[in-house]
Design a protein around this ligand. Structure first.
Ligand SMILES: [Fe+2]
Ligand SMILES: [Fe+2]
Length: 180
């Protein structure tokens, strides 16, 4: 498809985001099964359901515009998936694993926020009010998930601090025992 007009670009970007959502849906499922943190698992499963709704919203958007999505692959989402796979291959454990998963989830949500912020603006500029509203729904869900991921990471960080403190205490105890 040639990108001659702003509307062509909107269709192109929407198609790219449709591809991204399908990839993100898959990764959310993988992350939900990998995490050992109940809250994180719940959040990922919940957002996976939201992602299904987001895909439906995008389908509605294409209907409203009287267009079909282009068959394309979102290279950025694919890259984020590769990052996730590379982390899994390293087989991290405990807090390292949880923080790694949340770091990947946070990057993904912020990528989606960037995509929908631009799509929302483009639809508004083209006078596509209803399309813009649906895109805003998706955008708001991504923002909410980004906030959830951030607060989960903070919680894991707190647990990590307690663990490190305990480790330091035990090491000191061992040193004292060895010296006496
Ligand atoms: Fe999404
Ligand atoms: Fe998302």
């Amino acid at each position: 498809m040639s990108l001659a007009t702003p509307r062509d670009l909107l269709i192109h970007e929407l198609s790219d985001t449709m591809s991204a959502e399908h990839i993100v849906h898959k990764v959310l499922g993988e992350m939900a099964s990998e995490t050992e943190n109940t809250e994180a698992r719940k959040a990922m499963e919940h957002h996976q359901k939201e992602t299904e709704q987001q895909i439906k919203n995008l389908e509605k958007v294409f209907d409203m515009l009287g267009e079909q999505p282009e068959q394309t692959t979102c290279h950025a989402a694919e890259g984020l998936k590769k990052e996730h796979d590379a982390l899994a291959e390293e087989k991290p454990e405990g807090h390292v694993k949880e923080l790694g998963l949340l770091a990947g989830a946070g990057k993904t949500e912020h990528y989606e926020i960037a995509s929908y912020t631009m799509l929302h603006q483009m639809a508004k500029d083209l006078g596509e009010k209803e399309v813009a509203e649906l895109l805003k729904e998706n955008l708001d869900q991504e923002k909410e998930m980004a906030r959830t991921v951030q607060s989960l990471a903070k919680e894991v960080g707190k647990e990590l601090k307690v663990e490190l403190k305990e480790q330091a205490r035990q090491e000191k105890e061992a040193e004292t025992a060895a010296a006496s």
